[in-house]
Ligand binder design. Structure first.
Ligand SMILES: Nc1ncnc2c1ncn2[C@@H]1O[C@H](COP(=O)(O)OP(=O)(O)OP(=O)(O)O)[C@@H](O)[C@H]1O
Ligand SMILES: [Mg+2]
Length: 452
């Protein structure tokens, strides 16, 4: 066969193929157990992570509706699927259309900036349809190959002086923000979203209270912050699959902008709610609960998700900030432990500090940025060391000082710490409408503790 014949034949075959009608494969709903839908039928045509649409025929003239589901497991000759929406109206015997696609993929474009989407990438801000981009981004992508990845870049100016100076974060670095409820995570995230020297911010609100979403968008983020952001929302009342996938969608959108060469700030509030959603999916599918009720897949999905942030193989990078809820301020609970091990640093926020009225309520001494020793300009290191030492000295003696049990003059070091503390406290606090660059931050810190 000659080359010409070959390509002609192929073209003809393709033309013929396009006229063939695609066959639809159906299964049937046999049971609903809690969050799960069991589907019998051509199980071999279904795959893990694949999509099934349960068709609900509306009786009495009501329209037919479909409930999209994702296959999360198999048991015997049944597929186990979980819905993205309400199962209201689903009956035994409902047809289940097996779709030849992964349950989740999106096609982001630059026009998504300033918009708010749900966990399926659909607009929910009432601003009309969302223009789709040319490339398909799967929700569950693999992280870039470790050997092809760039290293973390130069320091990233976050606009928050306490983090900029003591916990410098680099482009492509991933940090966790650990805090109990109501300690100021959301306000800090909104400051970071507005002030960080990044091109784009992608913000995933996972499992938030519905009321808080509007507050965050309008009061905290504001019009200017939103203009360079894409916000992904799955509130606490949404199905568990939506809450988990909101985190995936957030990363997928960040990956799109990274591939465009942008510096992306990716934030998820909170990773704990993602882990809880994954736990509920695992438990429904029959996984055994292990650490504090969390199932094994929680701890395999966390690194798969968090590793997607970081430097890429090209110009763009995803710098990641992920909040972790530490209930009862227990910093050793399993999710906090796992996340701390995966990320390149952690920022610890404390209720005690918030109660003193210092926001952001960051405990510098308990926080770490693992790239800091290499990232920080060596000229500033003495200033940082001195300031840390003063903070540590004061923290050691704080109880005694407050009780009046420390007598001035007993230790020159403590005396100095007591004298510097008011200025340092003022430095560590920052109003939410205020931004401070890295350079300004170091200059101010040097003016307080000397050195520099
Ligand atoms: N920088 C700040 N300046 C002044 N007040 C602040 C600041 N940050 C937080 N607060 C106060 O703390 C409150 C709680 O903050 P925020 O909603 O960010 O907490 P959270 O940790 O996100 O809470 P939750 O766990 O409920 O989501 C705010 O309503 C505000 O009063
Ligand atoms: Mg919050």
């Amino acid at each position: 066969m000659t080359q010409e014949h070959g390509s002609g034949g192929l073209a003809a075959a393709l033309a013929a193929l396009s006229t063939v009608e695609t066959l639809e494969t159906f299964g049937r709903v046999t049971a609903i157990r809690g969050l799960l839908v069991e589907v019998a039928g051509p199980v071999s045509a279904m795959r893990l992570g694949g999509r099934i649409d349960v068709v609900v025929e509306g009786g009495h003239g009501a329209a037919t509706a479909t409930v999209p589901c994702e296959v999360i497991g198999f048991a015997g000759d049944r597929a186990l699927a979980m819905p993205f929406g309400s199962l209201e109206g689903v009956r035994r015997g409902c047809p289940a259309l097996v779709r030849d696609e992964a349950a989740g993929a999106i096609r982001p474009s630059a026009a998504w900036l300033g918009r708010t989407v749900d966990a399926l990438g659909r607009p929910i801000d009432g601003l009309g349809p969302l223009p789709q981009g040319p490339a398909i981004y799967p929700l569950r992508a693999d992280p870039p190959p470790a050997h092809g990845r760039r290293r973390v870049g130069p320091p990233l100016d976050l606009g928050v002086r306490c983090i900029n100076t003591f916990l410098t974060m680099c482009r492509g670095q991933r940090m966790g923000i650990f805090a109990g409820s109501g300690v100021g995570k959301s306000v800090l995230l909104s400051m970071l979203a507005r002030y960080t020297a990044a091109d784009v911010a992608v913000i995933g609100l996972v499992g938030e209270r519905g009321r808080e979403v509007q507050e965050f968008l309008q009061d905290d983020l504001g019009a200017a912050g939103l203009a360079r952001s894409v916000v992904v929302v799955a509130t606490s009342d949404e199905p568990v699959l939506m809450r988990r996938n909101a985190a995936y969608v957030t990363l997928a959108i960040a990956e799109y902008f990274r591939d465009q060469g942008a510096q992306v700030l990716c934030m998820i509030d909170s990773i704990t709610r993602f882990a809880m959603a994954q736990r509920d999916i695992g438990l429904a599918g029959g996984e055994p609960p292990t650490a504090k009720g969390y199932t094994p897949t929680v701890f395999s999905e966390l690194p798969r998700l968090l590793e997607r942030a970081g430097p890429g193989v090209g110009e763009g990078a995803i710098s990641g900030l992920f909040t972790v809820l530490v209930e009862g301020d227990d910093h050793n609970e399993p999710v906090a432990d796992a996340v701390r091990g995966i990320l390149d640093g952690h920022i610890v926020m404390e209720r005690r500090i918030a109660e003193q009225g210092r926001y952001p309520a960051i405990n510098v001494l308990r926080s770490v940025s693992r790239t800091m020793p290499r990232a920080c300009d060596p000229a500033h290191l003495p200033t940082v060391r001195r300031a840390r030492k003063v903070l540590a000295t004061y923290a050691d003696m704080e109880e005694l000082i407050r009780l009046g049990a420390y007598r001035a003059g007993s230790s020159p070091e403590v005396d100095e710490a007591v004298a510097l503390m008011p200025d340092l406290t003022a430095f560590l606090g920052q109003g939410k409408e205020e931004a401070t660059s890295i350079g300004e931050g170091y200059a101010r810190l040097a003016a307080i503790v000397g050195g520099g």
